[in-house]
Structures are given as structure tokens and as C-alpha cells.
Design a protein around this ligand. Structure first.
Ligand SMILES: Cc1cc2nc3c(=O)[nH]c(=O)nc-3n(C[C@H](O)[C@H](O)[C@H](O)COP(=O)(O)OP(=O)(O)OC[C@H]3O[C@@H](n4cnc5c(N)ncnc54)[C@H](O)[C@@H]3O)c2cc1C
Length: 257
């Protein structure tokens, strides 16, 4: 992994509160392994926000890295004020990648800030069924095109299917040959985990837990493993670090509490 001062090429609001930033990062992009990986961003060279913020890689195009981010707090607000020519210190590429998508019929689900890795994977498997959820129409920047297997959902019914990504998933004509890939808020991942277990379907989930260093040092991103075979009550058998072991897990590997 690399630390690099990346230059901002563009930074555009693509939906209400959702931004896309392109970074020129020749070193980090040259080590990129695939959809699922992320970078850890230092927004300013000061003590104001000393902890990096993780952002999934939405796309790598030559030496350029794209991220898609939603404004949540101070750092994402700061990011939205950056202009082309500014630089950002980034650490990456970090984390593992989605696997197995070349051999199965794939269903891709993204919700909230979990869009980026899912859209990245969709570029690699465009024949997938794509289901993207948001609270309201303003937060979407794609078209609802059921004929092309692209489904948008909104909590308030203002665009696409009223409901959430599960509303579409549960009504799909699927068989046990599908494989699900998902990223989004914890309740969404928990519901997909439940769906996968109930229907004996495989699912890989990209987990966006709180994170600090991205290097396994601070232990800030720990989540619990599902481990029925645990012989000893050891820390490493019971817990996993999202930054080092993830962020992508099989749905039956982890617990969401
Ligand atoms: C591996 C990974 C990949 C990620 N990829 C993306 C991405 O592609 N795009 C994107 O917009 N965000 C992504 N995130 C989440 C992103 O890192 C946080 O939104 C960001 O750190 C918020 O920083 P902030 O200073 O703006 O907000 P903060 O002030 O840190 O947080 C404001 C509020 O946002 C919520 N929040 C912050 N971080 C998280 C989190 N990790 N999970 C759930 N809620 C949170 C909390 O309610 C918090 O009170 C990712 C997180 C991880 C771990």
C-alpha cells in the first residue's frame, strides 16, 4: 500500500448531497486490485481531523481514481469544498475485492453511501441486475430502467420502486444460481444476510464500519465473526478487522449485532 499526495481533477455534486471526485493518483492506482478496495483520505494537513476517512474506489481509469461520497459530517463537507488542483493525501489501495462474479448470475445491491463499490463491480459485470436504494429521488443520479435490469428504490416512493432494495430483491425471479453483492448501511446488510440464509443464496457484503487508521493498528473497525467452530475464546477467532480482513465478507462470515 502507498501514501500519495493525489491531485484533485474534478469534484462535482451529482445528486443532492452526493459528490463524485476524481483524483490523479498514479502510485495508488497502479496497485489497485479490483472492485471492493478503498482508500483512506486525510482531508487536511492539520490536527483538526487527524483521523483518515475511508472511501471506496468507484472506478479506476488509468492513473485516475474516482470516489462517490455522501456528505455526513465535517470531513465529507470539507471534501465537497475542494477544487481541481487541490491535493489530498491518500493511503491505499486498501482491503480485499469481490470474488466469484465471473461465473454466476449476479445481483448487485447498493444503498446510501454503499453505491461506489457496487457501481465499480457493475462495470465489470454489466449483465447483472442492479438495485440501488436511496431515501428520496433527489439522492439518485441514475435512471430507473427495469427493462435493463436497473432498479432504483426510494423510501418515500418519489422515484422507481417504493420501498428499499429488499423490496425488489424479494420479488426477483431468482434461483440458487445467483450470487448477491451488496454494500450499504448495517440494517440493509443484515436484511440481505437474512435473505441469503433463508433462500440458500450466496452473498458477499462490503462492510462500512467506523474506521481509523486502515492498517489494523487502531482496531477501530472490529466486527464480530460468525464462528461456530471456535475452539478457544481467542480474539482473532471471535473478531475481524474490516480494514485488514475486509471490507468484503461472505454473508455467513460476520455478525451485525
Ligand atoms: C471501507 C469503507 C468504505 C466507505 N466508502 C464510502 C464511500 O464510498 N462513500 C461514502 O460516502 N462513504 C463511505 N464510507 C463511509 C465514510 O467513511 C464516512 O461517511 C465518513 O468517514 C464520514 O466522515 P465525516 O467526517 O464527514 O463524518 P463524521 O463526523 O465522521 O460522521 C458523521 C455521522 O455520519 C455517520 N457515519 C460516519 N461514518 C460512518 C460509517 N462508517 N458508517 C456508518 N455511519 C457513519 C455517523 O452517524 C456520524 O455521527 C466508507 C466507510 C468504510 C469503512
Amino acid at each position: 500500500m502507498i501514501i500519495e499526495n493525489a491531485m484533485i481533477v474534478s469534484n462535482v455534486e451529482i445528486a443532492i448531497g452526493i459528490w463524485q471526485m476524481t483524483l490523479l493518483a498514479p502510485e495508488v492506482s497502479s496497485h489497485y486490485k479490483g472492485p471492493g478496495q478503498f482508500i483512506n483520505i486525510l482531508s487536511a494537513d492539520s490536527w483538526e481531523h487527524p483521523v483518515r476517512r475511508p472511501m471506496s474506489i468507484a472506478n479506476v481509469n488509468g492513473e485516475n481514481i474516482n470516489i462517490i461520497y455522501k456528505i455526513f459530517g465535517n470531513v465529507t463537507q470539507q471534501l465537497s469544498q475542494k477544487v481541481p488542483g487541490d491535493s489530498l493525501n491518500i493511503l491505499g489501495p486498501l482491503g480485499n475485492v469481490f470474488t466469484g462474479w465471473k461465473t454466476k448470475r449476479t445481483v448487485l445491491l447498493g444503498g446510501g453511501v454503499g453505491l461506489a463499490p457496487i457501481l465499480n463491480l457493475y462495470e465489470s459485470c454489466p449483465n447483472s441486475t442492479l438495485i440501488i436504494g436511496a431515501r428520496t429521488a433527489d439522492e439518485h443520479f441514475m435512471e430507473h430502467e427495469p427493462g435493463k435490469n436497473i432498479f432504483l428504490t426510494t423510501d418515500d416512493g418519489s422515484l422507481g420502486v417504493a420501498g428499499n432494495v429488499l423490496t425488489v430483491l424479494e420479488n426477483l425471479d431468482f434461483n440458487d444460481q445467483i450470487i448477491i453483492y451488496a454494500c450499504g448501511p448495517k440494517p440493509m446488510l443484515k436484511a440481505i444476510q437474512h435473505f441469503a440464509a433463508k433462500n440458500s443464496v450466496k452473498a458477499q457484503l462490503s462492510v462500512e464500519s467506523y474506521m481509523g487508521c486502515g492498517l489494523g493498528l487502531c482496531q477501530g473497525c472490529v466486527i464480530e465473526r460468525q464462528n461456530e467452530q471456535m475452539k478457544k475464546h481467542s480474539y482473532h477467532e471471535k473478531y475481524t478487522l474490516v480494514c485488514m480482513d475486509g471490507p468484503v465478507y461472505w454473508s455467513n462470515e460476520v455478525c451485525f449485532g
